[in-house]
Design a protein around this ligand. Sequence first.
Ligand code: BGC
Length: 823
Amino acid sequence: MDENKPADLKDLIHRLTLEQKAALLTGEDFWSLPAVPEIGLRKVLLSDGPAGVRGTSWDERDPSLLFPNPTALAATWDPGRARQAGALMGAQARDKGVAWHLAPNANLHRSPLGGRHFECCSEDPLLTAEIVAGFVEGVQSAGVAATVKHYIGNESETDRMTYDAEIDEATLHKVCLPPFEAAVRAGAWSVMAAYNAVGGVTMTDNGPLLTGLLKDRLGFDGVVVSDWFATRSTAASALAGLDVVMPGPQGPWGAALVDAVRAGEVPEAVLDDKVLRILRLASRTGCLDGLDSPTEKTATPAATPDDAEAQLRDLAARAMVVLRNEPVGAAPLLPLDPGTLSRVAVIGPNASHLTAQGGGSAHVNPAHVISPLTGLSAALGPSVTIDHAEGVHTQRLLAPITAQTATDPETGHPGLRVDFLDAAGAILGSELRKTSRFVFMGGLPVGTSGIRVRADLAVTETGKHQFSVSGIGKFRLTVGAEPTAELTMTPSEDGDIVEGLVKPPEHRIAVDLEAGTGVRAEVVALVDPGLPIAMFGLHSEAPGSGADELFAAAVAAARAADLAIVVVGTTDEVESEGFDRADLKLPGRQDDLVAAVVAANPRTVVVVNAGAPVEMPWRERVPALLWAWFPGQEGGHAIADALTGAVEPAGRLPTTFPKTAADAPVLSTRPVDGTISYREGSLVGYRGYEKADTVPAFPFGHGLGYTTWSYEDITAAVTDSGDIEVLVRVRNTGARIGREVVQIYLTGEGVDRADPQRLVGFGATLAAPGEIATVPITVPARVLARWDADAHGWRVRGGPRALIASRSAADPRLRTRVEVADG
Ligand code: BGC
């Protein structure tokens, strides 16, 4: 590090007044820190991840690349792929002028009910750490700050603003911290303080964890930013080590922080350190001009590459997991050979409606989403007839109105007209929009007190058509001539703000319409001028078939086909930020649908499109089962690539899939008297299953790929540094090229030496049929150490250990022993 660097940045700080310093420490709005031209500081833009880079508007007119969800990324067991995804996201951030990206999410899969499970990597601290570190390196290689969130103990959503996570010191260090620590070691430029409390102190006020552990012990030199609206104090949070309050311009710092400095409650040097950290981030991301000598090495700005969509497609397909592939007759169904098929039934609610991402702040607006139906039609080609049947309808809201079906009443152009109205109804501004779900967070014309949306629709079916408005607030919905009364729609009692965005209440009306006519739908959302935020939708649906007809049509299509592909899954209303899941069931009658389809046609392939585990009571009845995650915008093509073997779906589960929710070692996410106790300690995930002797539906690390492997030899040697160098020789015994992930588990730990095994390393190889490959895996000495709560430090207890090379936590293949020295 250049010795002059802090001095240069410090010179800049001395040119700022106290007021200017304080102004830099709270957002100027929802998504930026203010510019200070006198010192060459440009506006620093922030944007969510981790599904992509949304940018500063929530708008289909500013589309973003939509990536496979982070659990999918972790399913590659490949930090290099995480780096690639991070670099691509970083490049897109640069293109959007975003310097500070709000990803990755380094929290763990503690309970499968956790609402943001899909946004996290894994149940295992080591795998999460490796993926998160790769991602951070990738984002930052583009000169964009990565933000590791949510520090710490934010593994669930219920009462997330207030619960107190009770985590003992050993569990904190062994389980929760490693991913954050790895990200800091990878050089992360920002960390986000979570909403919840740990040890009775809310994270934005938590001095021992923000300053003591993160900054002092781990040496974090970046910016600690609050989660949005998390900060509740002035002096306490400033003194605890929080650097930036988001969003702004209101908030508990600002003038109150200036007063606190003047009153002697907060030393000005504390503000200087925060400003220094911001300037360092600005310098690292190219937002600081005018220093005589560049004091921080800024990475070369990247631009979104031309092959970005191809990269997303490839990444998504590689991450998919073949859970099951049993022979039907002579051979397994997968990979499909399109040449042998003439009629395929593509069934299920997610076949035409891919859930490409989960719900909440991670949401981005992709330019398109490829559905499995589209992807399969392209991959199977014109010689295969495809019969599509939804089978079960799982969308709670009516369908959005889009430019495909609606025209602007003013111009007749495809789309919907949005007018911003003042209190007297005069138009302050207008927009033509392509879809009817709206999120406005600031940025409305000054004086807006209503947002009116109008669309003209052609009626193609006679019967009862449904229309609805969704959202929270006051609305007037008008269809045709009859306006409804003013509607007041309120969130559920204990609902989170995000719940209103993702799972809003809906008010429906039914209108009789005749084919060949037209109808105008209009909604006016009333805006509170003090809170210029509006989130609402306008929806409609033609009469359509009843539930029983839909179901029967799907079963009939399956019966008539040579092969049925059923795409089931969750939705972004089921898996979302802001609330936890109530159970692990597939929504609607999807379980019945799978059972009925496989009974009608034994040649059935099931694809599950979900982020987090679901119960699959039919799993042993279906011959082929592919887990597709939330695969992002190219998902339909990626599913087709995976099913046909154009790309090997070589993913391995980064989390255990239970048979039933009750089998999960940690299930409840509901605080008891405001507290969530991490009393399971390190017995989370597969370690918890082993301890309880519970056999899951699919174990951690499981994934079949499209070839078979034999494990031939293992050697392990302890080096002078205490690391263990493991070599595992494997042979591809199948007929196709494939990628094998070799997992190293350690046993023989604990006082009684009977602790469940834990993952201590992994590596992968690509091998052709018959090829032998040796996979080198380093188990760092530090991974062998355990937290000694008495000494408050890491310690290796010497003695024998067994190392097991496995294909999954439940499929050990080779074993060796090493003698570990005390340390
Ligand atoms: C989420 C963060 C997110 C922030 C900004 C919060 O609700 O917890 O992950 O970065 O909003 O959208």
